[in-house]
Ligand binder design. Structure first.
Ligand SMILES: Nc1nc2c(ncn2[C@@H]2O[C@H](COP(=O)(O)OP(=O)(O)OP(=O)(O)O)[C@@H](O)[C@H]2O)c(=O)[nH]1
Ligand SMILES: [Mg+2]
Length: 698
């Protein structure tokens, strides 16, 4: 999405006549299903590109990022419009891999309908079901596209049966593939189809009944059963309404290699897919948080648009991809940019809140990484805005005199931590700016400077997401980092009472140092923190040095007394000591205090405390056993299991040290069907065996 001039000449005008002349269609489906390749063929079929590029050699319109080219798969959403039969179709390509679900959700927000892509040689697995669920969560109208019909192991009837078994009976083919001598040669339409024999006739019957059952015209079924021939236009109109309600899903077989089915698919999108005006707009609020008048997809209404993606580049600056929900975006006009994540998701969730007035610099239509200049972009359309310096993914753009905030889409929780260190000093200097830019682009990436462990931790969706982030740091910002093991913030406390003497005495020549203090240390209940008391009699430690002792003790507590982790939950009482009229000082008593605490630690046992998180793991019923035994191997304690449909939600307390790789492990042990959430719950003492295995940090 760099701000380069388009490599193609403007083959066709991308200005939409109005919302009804637009279809925003997102491609959703598991990784390697063939979405990016299918889109390439659709673009060529509609005449938007002269030839079809390939994912394998990195020449497609939508996989344009360096890392997408090297890995041969999509990592970010990309938009490519075509004009077909006078209608502008904005196709939105999304990555299928689970790590990039943040991009998928942004893509779902930008669109009004989806092509759910399944490969004819693969069928339906857990990842596919999960993606269907993502669409269902936002009630996305969707058609199923079965692609790769040319594949040697393609099994269209088999995949169709799987899709129907997984997604319901209202998933019905509107076309059937036609083979000649074993080769796919075209499609046979079932809606307007005449003279169909056997299987086709049967499927047509099922389709027509399926559509009519969804029709608002209650006489239609009787007329149909009475033998009346229902017109194709009536059926297509009913299909569109049923799709709109996301209660009916037409199936279209295609082949990206031969383009079979692509023209039919474009026709179906134009005739049967809902326009932006019929798709519910997101909820809208005033900056104060009060609900605002619901949006209508009207180019004459107040401007409300949403940034679904931002890309920053040190040379080009920030480029924002925005879906317009209401009003019209004009080039060179002022806009209000607001992000209020904390009001919707609570503090510390993603981007900081902000409200800024800025000017729309350049305005254009996206075409993969290229752009076509635009003067104005109407409600229902998708635009690229150059140089909105403050815009971050998920922000709302609105009129300066009528500011609005949209409820952001549901952000996924990044649960895979990766600790990083700058490779060199010059990388260190550039790192925080570069990370700030990456986080502005991608709300599913969180940057956390751990104040306890002093580690810089990237919270990511998984290994591929982490790798992509590091590649972007390197390729786009020229910053190289090394990954290091994530340190879980442990704590230390005293196992029993102890008394000790801290003697800091140096009196050989010059100004001496003299401080002696006697302390008593006792453990406090968990969470009590630190208490300091004194019982000094007769001024053995002069009043002004008592705070010095406390300061020294506190400093030592921060540095730890066993493995370098902070000491918590103790009471330290200063019971006595000695001072010298000349050689005692604040510094000397601080040192004595610190030393006394170390001595006290040697006199008793030191207990290591580790953080426990409460997690909730959601898995299909059949996987409960697997998850439970894995959790117990991680020293987890089950708290209970709830049922939600055919899925179980297992709650447990698990040590955070056992969870640093859980996002990746759970996905593989459940074949992509499991998900979880976690939050810190409490600290617990570690067994002495386990504590011995903790490596010292000092
Ligand atoms: N035989 C055959 N192969 C195809 C077809 N469409 C795509 N492929 C191949 O399938 C592989 C994956 O295709 P992509 O288009 O990258 O799949 P995707 O769904 O975009 O995958 P992600 O970006 O990872 O979500 C590539 O090697 C394609 O060449 C098809 O119609 N027939
Ligand atoms: Mg792709």
């Amino acid at each position: 999405m760099a701000d380069k001039p388009s490599a193609r000449s403007a083959h066709h005008d991308l200005q939409a006549s109005g919302p009804d002349g637009i279809r925003n269609v997102v491609l959703v489906g598991p990784s390697a299903a063939g979405k990016t390749t299918l889109l390439e063929t659709l673009l060529a079929t509609a005449g938007a590109i002269p030839r079809v590029g390939s994912v394998v050699d990195g020449s497609t319109v939508c996989d344009f990022e360096d890392s997408e080219r090297t890995h041969g798969r999509s990592m970010g959403l990309a938009v490519a419009p075509v004009r077909h039969k006078g209608t502008k179709i904005n196709f939105v390509d999304t990555p299928g891999y689970a790590d990039f679900v943040g991009e998928l959700r942004a893509g779902l927000r930008a669109a009004d309908s989806a092509l759910f892509v399944v490969a004819a040689n693969e069928g339906v697995d857990h990842a596919t079901t999960g993606l269907w669920h993502e669409c269902a969560e936002v009630a996305m109208p969707r058609a199923v596209v079965v692609t790769k019909l040319d594949h040697a192991r393609a099994d269209y009837p088999g995949v169709l049966a799987q899709v129907q078994a997984a997604f319901g009976e209202k998933v019905l083919p509107v076309y059937l593939p036609v083979h000649e001598d074993g080769a796919l040669v075209g499609l046979r339409g079932l809606i307007s189809g005449k003279d169909l024999e056997d299987e086709a006739a049967e499927r047509r019957g099922a389709l027509i009944e399926g559509i009519i059952e969804e029709s608002e015209d209650e006489t239609l079924m009787d007329r149909y059963l009475g033998g009346e021939e229902i017109g194709a236009d009536v059926l297509v109109a009913d299909l569109e309404r049923a799709m709109e309600r996301a209660s009916f899903h037409p199936v279209v077989p295609v082949c990206a290699t031969t383009a079979v089915g692509c023209a039919e698919l474009l026709d179906l999108v134009v005739d049967g897919f809902p326009p932006p005006s019929t798709h519910p707009s997101p909820e809208v609020f005033l900056p104060s948080g009060a609900a605002a008048e619901p949006l209508t997809c009207d180019p004459g209404g107040p401007l409300v648009a949403e940034v679904v993606k931002t890309t920053s580049d040190p040379y080009v600056g920030r480029v924002s991809l925005a879906r317009v929900f209401s009003g019209t975006l004009d080039a060179d006009s002022p806009v209000h940019v607001s992000g209020h994540f904390s009001s919707f998701f609570g503090a510390g969730s993603g981007h900081d809140d902000h409200d800024d007035d800025e000017r729309v610099g350049s305005l254009s239509y996206p075409f993969g990484q290229h752009q076509e200049p635009a003067k104005r972009v109407v409600a229902g359309d998708i635009a690229v805005i150059g140089k909105l310096g403050r815009a971050e993914t998920g922000d709302t753009l609105s009129a300066v005199d009528e500011p609005r905030v949209l409820r952001p889409w549901n952000l996924p929780q990044p649960l895979h931590p990766v600790a990083i260190e700058a490779t060199t000093k010059s990388d260190e200097d550039k790192l925080s700016t570069a990370l700030g830019r990456l986080a502005a682009e991608d709300p599913s990436l969180r940057i956390f400077n751990d104040p306890e462990t002093h580690q810089l931790v990237l919270w990511t969706m998984g290994e591929a997401h982490a790798e992509a982030a590091l590649e972007r740091l390197r390729d786009r910002f020229g910053v190289s980092v090394d990954t290091v093991e994530v340190v879980v913030p442990l704590r230390e406390t005293f196992g029993g009472k102890a008394t000790a003497l801290g003697r800091h005495v140096k009196q050989s020549g010059g100004h001496g140092q003299y401080a002696v203090c006697e302390i008593e240390v006792e453990p406090l209940p968990q969470g009590a923190g630190f208490e300091f008391a004194e019982r000094v009699v007769g001024g053995a430690v002069p009043k002004q040095f008592i705070p010095s002792v406390e300061k020294g003790v506190r400093a030592q507590m921060e540095r730890g007394v066993r493995n370098g982790y902070p000491v918590v939950d103790i009471r330290v009482t200063l019971t006595g000591g000695k001072a010298h009229s000349v050689d005692s000082s604040d510094m000397a008593f601080q040192s004595a205090g610190a030393l006394a605490l170390r001595e006290a630690a040697n006199a008793t046992s030191i207990v290591m405390l580790e953080p426990y998180d409460e997690i909730a793991v959601t898995v299909p019923d059949a996987m409960v056993g697997t998850v439970m035994s894995d959790l117990s191997a991680r020293r987890g304690r089950p708290l209970g299991t709830d049922q939600e449909g055919d899925r179980a939600i297992i709650r447990a307390h698990v040590p955070a040290r056992e969870l640093t790789h859980y996002a990746v492990d759970l996905r593989s042990s459940t074949h992509g069907s499991g998900s979880f959430t976690r939050r810190f719950d409490h600290y617990e003492p570690m067994s002495e065996d386990l504590a011995r295995s903790v490596t010292s940090r000092s």
